[in-house]
Design a protein around this ligand. Structure first.
Ligand SMILES: Nc1nc2c(ncn2[C@@H]2O[C@H](COP(=O)(O)OP(=O)(O)O)[C@@H](O)[C@H]2O)c(=O)[nH]1
Ligand SMILES: [Mg+2]
Length: 437
């Protein structure tokens, strides 16, 4: 799957390979190649625009990381942005008893096969007791097809009078209760194209069975108009998610990459073959790693990025031990803490830190603190004790913050320093409390 997209994207990465540094020009070239690759893979143009805008913004804005080459860094960015496009792995909401899943989609997309696969998946992975309902009465073979599939995995199939889709739907619910089935999967008829009659039928069936989930089946090998069909189905039937099929073939990627963005609804399952167990939840990270074929590089960059933060913390630790805590460190520390989450949760782990009041940090505050520190001279930052009243006044003016705020920051700094002195005493007895795990 996605071979052609993968090889085109690797051309984009090559543009940055061997380059000493990332410049705006070579990023633009690489992004342009990414754009072309995606368009050729039949990705919706809106998706392409959004995605490449984000990639180029990040690539231009991001600092070059030591030990990572520009193309590796770029690959990581593309990876992250593709992941964002899919969102989290989504599951099913099957709380009612029996829960009902309506399977809809165009003809040949893989509805009947997917219905059986999903039944097997729910049985095996979730311990559910499914009932399959053959509600495609337009193609006589469709009922037989589902019946055969059900038999092969020992799952009951209901088909009623084989004629009236609404009656079949209604009766299937009673049948499920009688049989002790806790989830009902209804296979419906599809057409080659969107068709009013088909839509009406699906709508009417939905009214009868009141589905918990409406899953539309999408053939990943189909053209882009399938995404438009998805929008239409969603409008009429309130789709809750998609099953993307035939990912074992040479799908171009367009359907997989466009669906979530265009419809706002997640891809929930992927089907990767004709065998009934070739079916699973849709895992965005696996798909992205297939699209990029760069799993190793992505994890390398991740490791280095984590390592960078760790190295910074270790340097900080050394300086703190020597009580060389400056305003530059202060700012750095705030940024690090912000990245890690809430300050209070970190402070809780530090003995004595409960005495430091009012250290809640929000973005606005960080900006103000940053402004104040930036208005200090280099000398002031590394020797805060020289900051007298007139210097404070100058700093307040320069940063556009009130004098009281400058005073408060000085006070916080003093508190933090005092706290560190305490730590250093503790350290003589045991471990330094800022130890990295
Ligand atoms: N290779 C492959 N074939 C599939 C997959 N899903 C369905 N098919 C095949 O696609 C064809 C149409 O499937 P079917 O379930 O009858 O589609 P329906 O018309 O939507 O019900 C059948 O030959 C299936 O075996 C898949 O994930 N991979
Ligand atoms: Mg079918």
């Amino acid at each position: 799957m996605f071979e052609s997209l993968q090889s085109k994207l690797s051309e984009a990465f090559k543009i940055l390979r061997g380059k000493g540094k990332i410049t705006e020009k070579n990023i633009q070239d690489a992004v342009k190649q990414v754009k072309m690759s995606l368009l050729e893979a039949d990705v919706n143009y809106k998706v392409v625009k959004e995605l490449t805008d984000r990639i180029s913004q990040r690539a231009i804005g991001e600092k070059v990381i030591q030990n990572i080459s520009p193309d590796q860094q770029f690959i990581k960015i593309v990876n992250d942005e593709l992941l964002k496009l899919f969102g989290e792995t989504a599951s099913l909401d099957l709380h009612s008893r029996p829960a009902v899943i309506l399977i809809v989609g165009l003809q040949g997309s893989g509805k009947t096969t997917s219905a059986a696969k999903l039944a097997l998946w729910l049985k095996k992975k979730n311990g559910r007791n499914p009932l399959l309902v053959a509600d495609d009465v337009h193609r006589p073979a469709a009922i037989d097809q589902l019946e055969a599939l059900g038999k092969s995995v020992d799952i009951p199939v209901f088909y009623g009078d084989r004629k009236d889709p609404y009656k079949i739907a209604r009766e299937s619910l009673d049948f499920a209760v009688k049989k002790g089935c806790d989830v009902v999967i209804v296979d419906t008829a599809g057409r080659l194209q969107i068709d009013e009659e088909m839509m009406k039928e699906a709508e009417e069936i939905a009214k009868v069975v009141k589905p918990d989930e409406v899953l539309m089946v999408l053939d990943s090998m189909a053209g882009q108009d399938v995404v438009n069909a998805a929008v239409e189905f969603d409008k009429r039937l309130s789709v809750t998610g998609f099953i993307i099929t035939k990912l074992d073939g040479d799908a171009r990627g367009g359907i997989a990459l466009s669906t979530k963005y265009v419809t706002g609804k997640p891809i929930k399952f992927s089907s990767t073959g004709e065998k009934l167990d070739q079916f699973d939840l849709f895992y965005p990270d696996r798909i992205v790693s297939r699209i990029l074929g760069m799993g190793d590089i992505v994890s390398l960059v991740e490791k280095v990025q984590q390592g960078l933060d760790k190295k910074k913390m270790e340097e900080m630790e050394k300086r703190l031990k020597k009580a060389q805590f400056t305003f530059d460190d202060f700012l750095d520390q705030i940024h690090q803490i912000k990245k890690m989450g809430s300050l209070s949760s970190i402070l809780e782990m530090i003995p004595g830190a409960q005495n430091v009041k009012d250290l809640k940090i929000d973005d606005e505050q960080v900006k103000h603190v940053e402004a104040i520190i930036n208005s200090m001279t280099k000398k002031e930052r590394s020797n805060p004790e020289i900051i007298n009243f007139s210097r404070k006044e100058r700093i307040a003016k320069g940063s556009g913050r009130p004098l009281s705020e400058v005073n408060k920051l000085m006070k916080n700094y003093e508190d933090m320093k005092k706290m560190l002195k305490k730590f250093n005493k503790i350290d003589k007895l045991g471990k330094f409390p800022f130890q990295m795990k």
